[in-house]
Design a protein around this ligand. Structure first.
Ligand code: ZN
Length: 146
């Protein structure tokens, strides 16, 4: 989950990206959930600006509803419940762009295989994360981690 301070920043600038109750459509008072690392903050910011521009160009009020933004197969997926034509082009563009942005720090990165889990990391974050997670785990006869 993205750092709450960063989520607040996005919510302050883009109040229309509020999480909505799925049944009533009522705003919940916080940003739609961003299930990704802090490194994608700028990507989301830019994507929201472009979404706004789609509406500006059409001269209609923003009525997009984003269900969630998440990392899946090492790219940023934006799940929409509602939005005008043209929004999907924007979210697909950012899905592609995210494959080269480190999810942890936002630097230029590439897709890495983290012990069977695909994530985008720059060289530095890849080294840090690789060192953190042991490649193999050993257990004693009682199932305790050694
Ligand atoms: Zn990084």
């Amino acid at each position: 989950m993205m750092n709450p301070d960063l989520q607040d920043k996005l919510f302050e600038r883009f109040p229309w990206a509020e999480a909505k109750d799925p049944n009533t459509g009522k705003g919940l008072g916080y940003l739609t959930p961003c299930w990704c690392g802090d490194g994608w903050f700028q990507l989301i910011w830019n994507m929201f600006e472009e979404i706004e521009n789609v509406y500006k160009a059409k001269e209609v009020p923003i009525d997009v509803v984003i269900w969630e933004i998440k990392e899946k197969y090492a790219s940023m997926q934006t799940v929409l419940c509602k939005g005008v034509a043209g929004i999907h082009d924007v979210t697909e563009k950012y899905e592609r762009l995210s494959e080269e942005v480190c999810e942890s720090c936002g630097s230029q990165g590439r897709v890495r295989d983290m012990f069977g889990w695909l994530t985008v990391y720059c060289d530095t974050c890849f080294e840090t994360e690789s060192a953190k997670k042991p490649k193999f785990r050993y257990f004693d006869a009682n199932g305790n981690l050694l």
